[in-house]
Ligand binder design. Sequence first.
Ligand code: SF4
Ligand code: SF4
Length: 440
Amino acid sequence: MEKRKDRYDTPKKKVALDVTDLNNFTYDMSRCIKCKGCYWVEHTYMPGINFSVRCPSNYWNDFDSYGAFGKMRIGLAVAEGRMEWTDKLLEIIYADPLCGACDVGCKRNLDLEIGLTLEALRIKAVKDGAGPMPAHKKIAKNIATKHNQFGSIHDNRKKWVTKDIKVAAKADTIYFAGCSASYVNQDIAKATAKVLNAAGINFMLMEDEWCCGNTLYSVGMIDEARELAKRNVEAIKKSGAKTLVTSCAECYRMFKVDYPKMLDISTDNLGFKVVHFIEVADEAIKKGSLKPNKPVDIRFTYHDSCGVSRLCDPWTPWKGERGWMGMVSPSLKRRRGTMGLYSQTRNILNAIPGAKFVEMPRTRENAFCCGAGRGTKEAFPDLANTSAKHRLDEVKHVSAEVLVSACPWCKSNFNQAIKENGDAVKVMDISELVLASLEI
Ligand code: SF4
Ligand code: SF4
């Protein structure tokens, strides 16, 4: 009998979750059906139309090109050599905080790697000599020469450490403060350190802390970002630390996801555990080593910063084949943003005495990004401002006096928008809120 031609004879294509080659994502780009699940929050979660979108880029600019569905078509044309880089094209791909909301929305229906495709597109832009944007090149120069995002004096990096903070010379835990908390939002570094002290957790600092490289990676400068990743990982291993604590959502995502991605290893094989302040505080409160017993008389809401929510599912390298109907083998466990620090955060927030915690309509995986992250505020300040103001409307909608977040970059962006709006809302980092609830 003649052998039946069927699905098993479909030619298979070798693919990998490797962002250094945009061709790995041609299937994902070509299968976008323009359903806009990456733009709208599913109606099952939404009480109305006011807060129903999830994409800051497309909220800022209504043209389809700015949504993930537009960028999938652009990416395919770039990969196939049908489209040249222009200033407009660069604006479209960089006016985007890479918040991951589209990836989560799309994967509720389809197994397409939208977030990785957007990263791969920027890496290609840089490799082709077109990207990144001038503002990003300035940051890259600051990182190369001063080891921080702002071009501030490197020797001032630990100036936030005051006499009332106990830092161990040697400990199992290392606190990585990051650029923003070291130079701009020092109250976050101080609050984190004081809460660690209060919980009885000995911690050390890196002998010579450098930027995590978030902007470098996010704008597609992968070679520079990888070098920084190698340097930081080696330095932390050499310190002997078993656990790295961050108070920055961007640093957290970098260490937990993007370092392993660039180094082609699993998060578990990094050589140390990566945790955010949220995880440490949640565990300490559960154990009883941290006792929030001082009433904090506020009505507050919480903004799920992207890096501690939908973007932080651990990384596992994958390569294999794609065949009939796009099926891949070996099987691939998709990152769907379900492993964010959602419940840990709520455990903490509900433990603050005297405070009234109210959720906004868009929470957890569906939270609307503040718009500042991953090089966006520096290159497209108007986008960052528009997003923050839209999110602040949501804060006011639930009548919260205080907006709590878990990232210094969110705090800066919201504070600027509040100042421009003349809003009465105050912004606090979760570390500051926990500190305020301690009798120390
Ligand atoms: S949700 Fe996915 S398939 Fe639908 S339009 Fe967005 S990117 Fe395309
Ligand atoms: S990453 Fe965020 S801003 Fe960018 S296209 Fe997706 S939802 Fe929009």
